[in-house]
Design a protein around this ligand. Structure first.
Ligand code: TXA
Ligand code: MG
Length: 306
């Protein structure tokens, strides 16, 4: 399928999955309520979990928000296009289907030529990760097909570069707060803004500000666990994701502390583990000094908690 064809489908109220630099998104016209409701339906997404609006140029933000705070301008100028989603007070015209009835809207410009070309043709697109709710986010077109089959078309852009979803930061209150950690980390954002930005607690079941955080995510069928000293690394039904040099044993993948590589592959490893019939994925603890530590631990802990 070409980008032109994908744009035509979306303009007629359809849904097309497309690649971004983070993960594949399931795109629909951000101003078409019935197209957006189809997204909730085919994903099996809870109605109280709002969507991110994807733009292709910065000035489009004014169609969705008024009174944009200074911090937002600073982050936009530094990180867009890129894997940073801003949550801002919404304009009244923004559809409730996008925001799940909240008075804020989440926005980002993806850093991917196919995504940008598509959005330039269609206008702003809502795009949740293109997985069925509860499954790992898709980092390859084949993951989207595995979850949805013929239920939606996919623009194939090969494997995504980052592999984890964007950082989500809420700027709608006095104090900026990171709702979902990602590639752009707390320290980097704090330095740019000149304030110490907090991350919301890992599992804020009762925090109404980050609806997505309360749902189980990123989970393969195999059980995901942290590796402890007591594991022998010899269990044939387990896949081992390691940081230190592999020892004698089976099914080991070693990242040697390269968390960028691990982030890029994690969801594919989860999905592949199920296809290969592993019943467990055992993960060695991550180096906490790495900028991706928080984002990767967040996804792994959610997979463990399922
Ligand atoms: O990297 C990404 O962000 C990918 C690609 C496709 O862009 N998209 C993505 O979308 O991960 P999704 O729908 O799977 O996750 C969006 C997250 C959810 O946790 C949701 O609750 C949160 O953003 N969110 C969206 N709008 C919000 C709002 N107004 N206030 C607070 N959180 C919001
Ligand atoms: Mg998602």
């Amino acid at each position: 399928m070409t980008i032109e064809q994908a744009a035509e489908i979306i303009k007629k109220g359809g849904i097309v999955a497309f690649p971004t630099e983070t993960v594949y998104g399931l795109g629909a016209d951000a101003w078409n309520g019935s197209a957006i409701s189809k997204i909730y339906e085919i994903k099996g997404r809870p109605a109280d979990n709002p969507l991110i609006v994807h733009l292709h140029e910065k000035k489009q933000i004014h169609d969705f928000c008024s009174n944009i705070p200074e911090h937002a301008h600073t982050l936009i100028d530094t990180f867009w296009p890129g894997p940073l989603t801003l949550v801002l007070k919404k304009r009244p015209e923004v559809l409730d289907a996008v925001t799940a009835g909240l008075d804020t809207v989440a926005l980002r410009i993806p850093d991917h030529s196919i995504a940008l070309d598509l959005i330039r043709r269609t206008g702003p697109l809502v795009a949740p990760s293109a997985n069925r709710s509860g499954k790992p986010s898709p980092t390859k077109a084949e993951h989207v097909l595995a979850d949805f089959g013929n239920a939606c078309e996919v623009l194939d852009g090969n494997a995504t570069n980052i592999g984890l979803e964007s950082t989500v930061i809420d700027l709608s209150d006095e104090e900026p707060i990171i709702l979902r950690p990602g590639m752009i980390g707390r320290e980097e954002i704090s330095t740019i803004l000149g304030v110490s930005v907090k991350e919301s607690s890992p599992n804020p079941i009762h925090a109404p500000k980050s609806p997505g955080q309360k749902y189980s995510h990123y989970t393969p069928d195999a059980k995901v666990r942290w590796l402890t000293r007591h594991h022998a690394l010899t269990q044939k039904s387990a896949l081992y994701l390691l940081q230190t040099v592999p020892s004698k044993g089976v099914n080991q993948v070693c990242y040697h502390g390269d968390l960028n590589a691990m982030a890029r592959e994690l969801y594919d490893r989860f999905r592949q583990a199920d296809l290969d019939g592993y019943t467990e994925v055992l993960i060695e603890s991550l180096p906490s000094s790495h900028p991706l530590f928080s984002a990767l631990s967040n996804r792994i802990c959610k997979a463990i908690d399922k």
